[in-house]
Design a protein around this ligand. Sequence first.
Ligand code: FHN
Length: 433
Amino acid sequence: MGFPQRREFAVARKTKKLTKTELDRKRRMTWWHEARFGMFIHWGLYSLIGRHEWAVNQERIPWEEYFALADTFRPKAGCAREWAKLAKAAGQKYMVFTTRHHDGFSMWDSQVSECTSAKMGPGRDFVAEYVAAAREQGMRVGLYYSLIDWHHRDGLRCLHDPAARRRFLDYVQGQLRELMSNYGRIDILWYDVPYPLPDAAAWEMRKTNNMVRKLQPGIIINDRGMLAEDYTTPEETIRAAPEGRAWETAMTFNGSWGYMDTPDEDYRDARHILFMLQQIAYGGGNFLLNIGPAPDGSVPPPAVRRLTRIGKWLKIYGEAVYGRVDRGGGLEPLNNYVEWTRKGNTAYAWLRHWPGERMSVGYFKGKVKRVSLITPAGPKALKFRHDKQKLEMWPLPRTCPDKNIGYGIVKIECASRPQRTMVGHYAERPLWQ
Ligand code: FHN
């Protein structure tokens, strides 16, 4: 299914003129691209079970038993503020919170559902608490909304029963209208799982998103409502969208989006998170990293430890990640211990292994003006020699200056686009995209 936008992109690229839709999208998404790194939060009744957010479905738990959990759902006050403070400490710039997952339990005071955190158990509007906390920390506010609803009586019947479909679409549109009207400025709408209806027309998605955009003119909408909208959303994998198409990878720490108290070893470690951040930034994408808070709202300590370390690292090296980052292209890994991000004619060499006091980068092309080591005290100029064979630089410290995660960065400023590729030496095509 070719996204309609591909045709728009093709036209724009050929004529080098952006369409009105693309110009509007470019304006709305500038902050999003420059933010790069966000926090996903999966938290709801399923967190009380602690065996993944699909437990009610996969373990066939009777709905009466499941919703009885609400009676013991008593999170501590201010838990959303903990998430927002942690996101800020981690260097994340936006947050996306599950307002309603597939289980049909709405985490706000919805007037079109009886299964809500306000009417049942907690007696709280967690969306309101989350939005206030995120804003308090200067975070952009994203709302996740599941189109599938396993519990709603029309959630599956809507496929074949026109009256059921009308009721279910009124429910979905009514909930989205509440979320887009009652919580101030919303920056992101993160749709999920458009099942069981077969296409955007059946979901009345164009009409729904027009309503959403009317209420929130600057909002960014993902592609999981069966319209391409603003960006593509691979998850648990890194797959760059075609040039010109925004994309964001969503990842868990430990394989479960919802709370699951697994050992520390199950969590992707800080070095791996940084490696993924670099791979994503190289491809010009965004990284939405998930936390699954416990029933009381607290964040699992292994996630806190990792996010805190990553935020400390980004305080020093964030220039290689945030702001206008260009897709890499033509900066091939060096012996797989050096990977890259690029901003215009500046290449950032991410070193996850330390070469010692000198480093040689073979096949480096681009007129080098300055080479510097990024340090907590700011860039430290390096000497360098650049010939047809390689770019050599020294003196580097004997060991990696980053004692936190062991990732250092050398900044290479050029007068032309930097490249590192064997194309033109031994290979007729890039060995690595
Ligand atoms: O089924 C959901 C899953 O529980 C989780 O919310 C992820 C997050 O991207 N989305 C769906 C699976 O793709």
